[in-house]
Ligand binder design. Structure first.
Ligand SMILES: *[C@@H]1O[C@H](CO)[C@@H](O)[C@H](O)[C@H]1NC(C)=O
Ligand SMILES: *[C@@H]1O[C@H](CO)[C@@H](O)[C@H](O)[C@H]1NC(C)=O
Ligand SMILES: *[C@@H]1O[C@H](CO)[C@@H](O)[C@H](O)[C@H]1NC(C)=O
Ligand SMILES: *[C@@H]1O[C@H](CO)[C@@H](O)[C@H](O)[C@H]1NC(C)=O
Ligand SMILES: *[C@@H]1O[C@H](CO)[C@@H](O)[C@H](O)[C@H]1NC(C)=O
Ligand SMILES: *[C@@H]1O[C@H](CO)[C@@H](O)[C@H](O)[C@H]1NC(C)=O
Length: 535
């Protein structure tokens, strides 16, 4: 409950900000307690080993296809529920339900190509297969593994979190041990009454433990089927390519917020391998590596026990049916606009450009710029001292969650997962506000802010606006790279109406580990219909 309140609060407040409505300022008593351990120093960069921004983006990316196609490695485990009435799809050769744990897809396009028998069909494109539609007749309790957790890729860590949870270690030789993995997950989950596991590859799937429990058959239709994975001969036949395309097409419907919403996640049970208070041991294994190379497998046996205990705790608490609303991407939009303004050369007059950018920085901070927050105009203040702006930063960096910190009762009721999310939000917000305030202060000191016109001050050397813009560029680029939000990963220029933007999705685009485009997936435009793009 708490986290939904927190996020709705942020949402409501951010919306107010967007529409420029002033919200009441907090009293000093409540704005005291700020964010984790981050210092109030405008020049202090975040700790290089910090994970709050990664946890923030993990929460922001749950159940979304785009971010987990880009970063395939799994780091989060979250309980959830598929409500009564949820439709699930399964394709196979015969009409009987599977009598062992097996997969279901949330999109028919993902299930349809499996409605055939890959063992016997050979080249036969006119085989029939059975396509089952199932419906949840009771709420299905599931556990979600983020990342491309259904992709089986040797040497990558897409299944690490599952294997660590049930087998206690990652064995590279068992990357394709799907049946046993699923059997063991289900056996492990019996204690918690788990019905299945939510995972993602080209689309989302729920691995059901028992097809005779909690689901009923809506229809079992014999369809003209084609299995796209096992067709020798001409793999670029139009039908074959169409089926491939339609699977990723369906997956793309869940690209960004709110993602695939079939399962309602219980964020109060969110567990992360990036949680350094529960699992500090992977810190050295991540140190100096890009996010593509972060692996949950770097965890120590002791820390793994702590993570496993957290998952057990999350599965045995009373679910509170929290419906997560992602934090509005207000800053996503603003920082992107800022990045554009900082690189464009229009208008050509540099001072005019700097003035426009300063106005944007002020707009971002408007709700936090107290009337009393102004430089004293003493030489020391103008000499790049920003102490006068500290209240602006504190207000910006703490206001969203101050009411939680201010209430001991509220804070005491939070689960460990909720505290982790709170910390991630606080730290991320702290850094966004640090950089934006730093940029705004630089503009004020350069005499670019119309409400604090310092250029009138005699003896104050005018700063070259080009130098200011260059510093802004450095700051903004560093912030965007630190946050690394999936909403910024786009096809540029945007795709035409005959195309869609995609990121390489296993297994279609996997050309082995040496394919650098595979290692760091980059978006590009592909055609939506014939003639299809080659992939
Ligand atoms: C906030 O800080 C001030 C000065 O540091 C201190 O006097 C006050 O007690 C603090 N308030 C809270 C609620 O911690
Ligand atoms: C292809 O499948 C259909 C339907 O099962 C069958 O009637 C036909 O004989 C098969 N053709 C070949 C070449 O196997
Ligand atoms: C499949 O098609 C290819 C090329 O059309 C042919 O060479 C091959 O013999 C066929 N295989 C079977 C099992 O029919
Ligand atoms: C980050 O972690 C590495 C590896 O544990 C350590 O060597 C380094 O000192 C840490 N950096 C900071 C700023 O704590
Ligand atoms: C301003 O900064 C310069 C260079 O950092 C320093 O030499 C000068 O003493 C400072 N002036 C004041 C008034 O702090
Ligand atoms: C504020 O921070 C102090 C010191 O970190 C802590 O002891 C206190 O419990 C916090 N207060 C609240 C309301 O979170």
């Amino acid at each position: 409950m708490l986290i939904s309140q927190l996020l709705l609060f942020s949402l409501a407040e951010l919306q107010q900000l967007v529409y420029g409505i002033q919200v009441p300022f907090l009293t000093p008593a409540t704005s005291n307690n700020s964010t984790g351990n981050a210092p109030w120093d405008l020049a202090a960069h975040p700790d290089a080993n910090a994970t709050s921004q990664l946890i923030f983006e993990a929460v922001n990316s749950l159940q979304q296809h785009w971010p987990h196609t880009r970063y395939r490695n799994s780091h989060s485990i979250v309980p959830g529920t598929a409500p009564v009435g949820t439709l699930l799809y399964h394709g196979r050769a015969e009409s009987e339900l599977p009598d062992a744990p097996d997969w279901t897809a949330t999109d028919p396009e993902h299930a349809f190509p499996f409605a055939g028998d890959s063992a016997t069909e050979g080249n036969n494109s006119t085989l029939t297969g059975c396509w089952l539609t199932l419906v949840a007749t009771q709420p299905l309790k599931v556990l979600y593994f983020d990342g491309s957790s259904a992709s089986k890729i040797p040497g990558e860590d897409t299944v690490d979190t599952q294997d660590l949870l049930i087998w206690g270690k990652v064995d590279p030789a068992r990357w394709l041990d799907e049946a046993e993995r699923l059997d063991d997950l289900c056996a492990w989950g019996t204690e918690f009454g788990l019905d299945g596991f939510l995972r993602m590859q080209m689309g989302f799937e729920i691995m059901l433990c028992d097809f005779s429990r909690g689901v009923e058959v809506v229809s079992a239709d014999y369809l003209t089927a084609l299995h796209p994975f096992n067709v020798p001969g001409n793999p670029q036949r139009p039908l074959f390519v169409m089926l491939k395309f339609e699977i990723i097409h369906a997956g793309s419907w869940h690209n960004l917020h709110p993602g695939d919403t079939r399962v309602k996640l219980d964020l109060a049970g969110f567990v992360s391998f990036y949680d350094t208070s529960t699992a500090p041991s992977p810190v050295p294994t991540r140190h100096g590596r890009e996010r593509w190379g972060h692996r949950a497998a770097g965890i120590s046996a002791l820390d793994l026990k702590a993570v496993q205990a957290r998952v057990r705790e999350a599965l045995t608490r009373e679910p509170d049916n929290t419906l997560f609303r992602a934090i509005v991407d207000r800053y996503g939009d603003r920082l992107e606009t800022l990045a554009y303004l900082l690189t464009t050369t229009i208008p050509p007059n540099v001072h005019e450009r700097a003035r426009i950018i300063q106005a944007q920085l002020r707009i971002m901070l408007t709700p936090y710029i107290l009337y009393t927050a102004r430089p004293s105009l003493s030489p020391a203040d103008l000499n790049n001292s920003w102490a006068w702006a500290l209240p602006v930063w504190k207000s910006c960096g703490t206001k969203h969650t101050a009411y939680i910190h201010a209430s001991r009762a509220l804070y005491a009721r939070m689960t460990a997962s909720e505290r982790l999310l709170l910390r991630a939000l606080d730290d991320t917000n702290h850094e966004i506000c640090r950089v934006v305030v730093k940029m705004w202060v630089a503009g004020v000191h350069a005499g670019l802010d119309p409400f604090l016109p310092l250029e009138a001050l005699s003896g104050h050397p005018r700063q070259d606006p080009l130098v200011v813009i260059q510093r802004w560029q450095t700051d903004n680029t560093a912030l965007i790279s630190w946050l690394d939000w999936a909403v910024w990963v786009k096809c540029q220029p945007a795709c035409g109406v005959e195309q869609m933007c995609y990121l390489p999705t296993w297994p279609f685009f996997y050309n082995g580990p040496d394919d650098h485009r595979w290692e760091r997936p980059q978006p590009r435009c592909i055609r939506r219909f014939e003639p299809y793009s080659q992939f």
